[in-house]
Design a protein around this ligand. Structure first.
Ligand code: FE2
Length: 233
């Protein structure tokens, strides 16, 4: 996987698949702490499946490119339209905030700053953006797949998305699939820390295939950090 974001390629394809670990990895200790924070995520109560497979936290921010300030906004829930999310659209879903320990983690900050920087490359004129940051764990166990995208092929209803793989344990599957005009155009397995998909959410739709356990004696999981951007100005 490539390490550098290629603006020309992104503009042409409306997505980019890269590994950004060399841009964000500065401290091993903080990386370990960040990875561990996924163990503390709370259950996503909106999943009605008997096997509770999704755990998450969510926080919202605004960022001003002029002041270089990231401001945490009040968490008033996560909303999507029925058009973008056939299962949970028009439901104001409340998730726990991302913990302060995570928000202050140097690697976490590096990832968000990297995404903010790339967004400016894509849109040199932007001034203010709203960011939605999602920490998500999808679990699986024997005979119980974990479903990363129960809503099916969809767009999130933002301008741009950054999907970062954090960690995968004892799972296979979970391919990220991108669609243009309802046809699949690429599918990629995210395997390594900081494998990243950058997507123009206005042009493409996305999906992730279910995950299953490799060794059925144990549970498995797939941890992701998703950052969505809405351009305000
Ligand atoms: Fe999505």
């Amino acid at each position: 996987m490539k390490n550098n974001f290629d603006l020309k390629e992104f503009k042409k394809k409306n997505y980019s698949i890269i590994n950004i670990s060399s841009n964000v990895l500065k401290s091993k200790k903080d990386t370990k702490t960040l990875l561990k924070s996924w163990d503390n995520l709370k259950l996503d109560i909106y999943i009605k499946n008997k096997f509770k497979y999704r755990y998450r936290a969510y926080s919202k921010f605004s960022y001003s490119y002029e002041d270089k300030l990231l401001n945490k906004l009040k968490n008033q829930g996560f909303n999507q339209s029925k058009k973008n999310n056939i299962l949970f659209g028009n439901v104001n879903r409340k998730f726990s905030d991302i913990s302060n320990l995570t928000l202050e983690n140097s690697i976490f900050k590096n990832i968000i700053n990297y995404d903010i920087k790339i967004l400016k490359k894509i849109n040199p004129n932007i001034k203010i953006v709203t960011l939605g940051i999602h920490q998500i764990r999808i679990k699986t166990k024997k005979n119980n797949p974990g479903i990363p995208a129960p809503e099916g092929v969809h767009c999130d209803g933002h301008n741009y998305l950054f999907q970062h793989l954090i960690y995968k344990k004892n799972v296979y599957g979970g391919l990220t699939v991108l669609f243009k005009n309802n046809l699949p155009i690429d599918a990629k397995s995210m395997d390594d820390f900081m494998d990243t998909v950058v997507v123009n959410d206005k042009k493409l739709m996305h999906f992730a295939t279910p995950i299953n356990v490799k060794n059925e004696k144990n549970h498995g999981y797939r941890d992701m950090l998703l950052v969505d951007f809405k351009i305000n100005k």
